[in-house]
Design a protein around this ligand. Structure first.
Ligand SMILES: [Ca+2]
Length: 132
């Protein structure tokens, strides 16, 4: 009985660990894993600092990441379009499922890089950047 209760508690804690924070979490990069459905953003390149993770669209990134994103990973089952303006406006680029970019300084749009430009993103469940 005691053992079963302990196992149950572990299961609950494990499930809680799967929950996606609605905003930036003070979490290590290791917590952004393909084992979880997440869109992970960082304020620095190579997946460092300012970590935030979401499982749905975000019309306005929180201050810590708004216009500051320098690396990202998309582990959601679908495509994500990132926008230069809040509420899904301005310029945009698309990242497919399991797509990552460790240095947005090397991704260009409109003749300038995408470093520190993302202000919102929309998630398309089951979607593809280039539909077959
Ligand atoms: Ca940055």
């Amino acid at each position: 009985m005691r053992k079963r209760a302990k196992a149950f508690l572990c299961a609950v804690l494990s499930a809680a660990g799967l929950a996606v924070a609605p905003g930036p979490a003070s979490a290590a990069a290791a917590e952004c894993s393909p084992n979880f459905d997440h869109i992970c953003l960082w304020s620095d390149i190579n997946y460092h600092n300012g970590y935030g993770a979401w499982a749905s669209s975000v019309a306005k990134l929180p201050t810590a990441l708004n216009g500051k994103v320098s690396s990202l990973k998309n582990f959601m089952p679908g495509a994500v379009i990132f926008y230069s303006v809040e509420n899904y406006g301005g310029s945009y680029f698309c990242i497919d499922q399991d797509g990552v970019d460790g240095d947005l300084r090397n991704r260009y749009g409109d003749g300038i890089t995408w470093n520190d430009r993302i202000r919102s993103f929309r998630y398309y469940p089951g979607g593809f950047c280039n539909p077959p």
